[in-house]
Design a protein around this ligand. Sequence first.
Ligand SMILES: [Zn+2]
Length: 66
Amino acid sequence: MIKERKPFRGNPRRTCPQCGAAFTCDLAAGKKDCWCTAFPPLMPLDENAKECLCPECLKKAIKEKQ
Ligand SMILES: [Zn+2]
């Protein structure tokens, strides 16, 4: 039986709360950086952040803020 290491922030698979697209959180997957760190800080990216947006919705949200 394979023992799975538990990712430190749970399941890396995310579902976008806005459009329902599936994407992966690299931080939750145990990587040092996530693709979202390449974007300007828009969302609350602290430890208490519950929902991440998918790359497409994050791009749109950033455009709308400018
Ligand atoms: Zn989305």
